[in-house]
Design a protein around this ligand. Sequence first.
Ligand SMILES: [Zn+2]
Length: 318
Amino acid sequence: MTSHPVTGHHRSRRDILWGASAAVAGGLLAGGPRRLLAASATHKVKLGTAEITIVSDGVFSMPRSLVLPDKPEADVVELFKAHGAPMEIVAETNVTVIRNGPVLALIDTGAGPDFMPTLGKFGDRLEEIGIKADDVTHVVFTHAHADHFWGVIDPLGDGSRWPKAKHVMARDERDFWLAPGIEDKVPAFQKSMATGIQRRLKELGDFISVAQSGEEVAPGLAMVATPGHTPGHVSVAVRSGNEELVVLGDALTHAAVSFGAPDWRWGSDIDPDQAVRTRKALLDDLANRKAAVVGYHLPWPGLGRVERQGNAYRYAAS
Ligand SMILES: [Zn+2]
């Protein structure tokens, strides 16, 4: 990946992403957000012949009591300080858009209007930067959690907002969420989200095709199994020429914890122990290959690399 953005930030629109009226939604937003953020909402880089655009769906608060329920405060403070991470976790939602020749692919779709009031901006922002719904050729999901998947639903009608695109999800992921009794197979705070995921998957039905990890789902895009956050979670490897970018989804979610303490259990992972094994293998591989990464919830725009640091790693933003 080139080290400098080809067109830089799109600054024509300033958004107040946090509002005083933010409501508790999906169980993730506890307490009021505490910052006003005027953010650039799109960021472009080149990867070989491909143009990569990161588009923000918004930001949301991720309470430490939820994601690190069993960690002593002193340990958390020490780790966060060492990595320069703010003590209050504010998650970005960095959606990756890839244009390469005839391919115009979305990796995840944001949350849509029904999950949290501070999210759901991706679809409209895509139109604002001139990408028409019918121009999108592929929509690839890393997993089906609300903040990645629910934005697929057209707020003005039925079915997908991108009706001409091929939609792809890992088979294990789709099958997990379609199983009967799904609300009992997820952490307590994800129960209502789980039934919402299932309802949307049923609504879309065969419109979402399934693939196995390792499969090329569009020219230059391959699914890589990174299970644990959800059972069928995948990351997406993007190749163009000799360059490679790995769209991580939620395999690595926090700049201090996921990189600096990859064996800490993370409260929003459905299978925390599997997620730890996945993180360690993924970090080792990405550090070896020096591949560029995009993290969906990493500090905006989530582009960087994995570097070794002592017995663990650090996130090196690019
Ligand atoms: Zn997520």
